[in-house]
Design a protein around this ligand. Structure first.
Ligand SMILES: NC(=O)c1ccc[n+]([C@@H]2O[C@H](COP(=O)([O-])OP(=O)(O)OC[C@H]3O[C@@H](n4cnc5c(N)ncnc54)[C@H](O)[C@@H]3O)[C@@H](O)[C@H]2O)c1
Length: 352
């Protein structure tokens, strides 16, 4: 592994240590990451690669970054100190293995893979590596959710008993996306499973889930998927968490976390473009609708995630959200899928 900590390089970004990160995948989220890296005071964009060359060319020319001809060229380049994987999900595990083999620290978008078997095989291949691996569970870096977690850890609500996570998309994804998504639990709830682990700070041992086909029953039936879901999680010490998901909240992207403890409650609320309230004779309420979707809602968090990645490499500490967190979130997804199929609560020990 290249020793980033000992480099003491300074560049045009004001004398900060700067990590040169290349981005694999220039789709919806890859371009956003590339822009964030280019704009980040402690990172620079070492280049981009996409199998769809025009996508990489567009990002490369917009941001003045090198366009690589292959992923192998990225992993072999001495000008690349770290890699961010933002390609389609089925490529993540292979690229993670290649990143580790090349010794380059890696920030990988969620999920590691849709198959727990593949994730476990990947864990074997990379087992024991010292190469930093960070998983893109971006919501951990949301200032509101993080402040809620910090309040709980510092004892401000006493002993934690219950958590409620509301996570609703503004509308159904495109059909092609839904077809390749792996289903609501592996695709959407995966973020909430990680948020539950982050807030509970205790391993989940039991999962009960129920799913319905209320928004697009025909499509959901064809895919064997659900568009509306509720999950109940329980930890070994008895803490509970309820996750409620919908693929369609007509009022916008609804993202809230609430935690109840013995001495109080902490709530991480929705974000809006402004906090203005409207007051009329017959109405008092908020003027501005919720921020549109994840790229807007979690904009600050996506930037903070890049900072946390650089921090981890610079400090030599493990990234605070890593491969095992990605694997455990998928274990909870598999438990939820089994729970829906079998109509019973499932112990995580049954999943492995
Ligand atoms: N953290 C989050 O909130 C969040 C949000 C959206 C997507 N994601 C994840 O990010 C990943 C990408 O999602 P997206 O919405 O940007 O998808 P996308 O389809 O818009 O982009 C994926 C890109 O990867 C490229 N690609 C595919 N195979 C490749 C390969 N072998 N080598 C190089 N490039 C390759 C495609 O050409 C495409 O440009 C997915 O795994 C998704 O689950 C995470």
């Amino acid at each position: 592994m290249q020793d980033f900590r000992n480099k003491h390089c300074k560049n045009e970004k004001g004398g900060f240590l700067v990590l040169k990160i290349a981005v694999l995948g220039c789709g919806r989220i890859g371009r956003m990451h590339a822009e964030n890296i280019a704009a980040h005071p402690r990172a620079s964009l070492a280049g981009v690669f996409d199998v769809h060359r025009p996508a990489a060319d567009e990002v490369g020319s917009k941001l003045g970054a090198r366009v690589f001809d292959s992923a192998e060229a990225v992993f072999a380049s001495v000008d690349v100190e770290a890699v961010l994987i933002a390609t389609s999900t089925p490529t993540h595990a292979d690229f993670l293995e290649q990143a580790v083999a090349s010794g380059k620290p890696v920030l990988c978008e969620k999920p590691i893979d849709l198959s727990l078997e593949r994730v476990n095989a990947c864990a074997k291949v990379i087992g024991g590596t010292k190469v930093p691996i960070m998983l893109g569970f971006v919501r951990r870096f949301d200032p509101g959710h993080r402040a809620a977690r910090d309040a709980i850890r510092s004892g401000e609500i006493g002993e934690l008993h219950q958590v409620v996570i509301t996570s609703r998309d503004p509308g159904m994804p495109p059909v092609a996306y839904a077809e390749a998504s792996g289903g609501i639990f592996r695709d959407m709830t995966i973020h909430d499973f990680d948020m539950a682990r982050f807030i509970l700070d205790d391993e989940v041992t039991e999962v009960f889930a129920t799913g319905s086909r209320l928004i697009d029953p025909v499509l959901m039936e064809r895919l064997g998927d659900h568009d509306t879901a509720t999950v109940v999680l329980k930890t070994a010490s008895g803490k509970q968490c309820i996750i409620n998901n919908s693929r369609q909240a007509v009022y916008g992207y609804d993202q809230r976390v609430e935690a109840l403890g013995t001495t109080g409650m902490v709530v991480s609320e929705n974000r809006r473009p402004n906090m203005t309230t409207l007051h009329r004779a017959d109405f008092t309420g908020r003027g501005a609708p919720l921020l549109n979707f994840f790229i807007d809602r979690y904009a600050e968090a996506f930037m903070a995630e890049i900072g946390a990645f650089v921090d981890a490499i610079e400090s030599g500490k493990s990234p605070e959200v890593g491969f095992e967190d990605g694997r455990l979130a998928l274990v909870l997804a598999e438990a939820a899928i089994r729970s829906v199929a079998e109509g019973r609560s499932v112990k995580t020990s049954e999943i492995g």
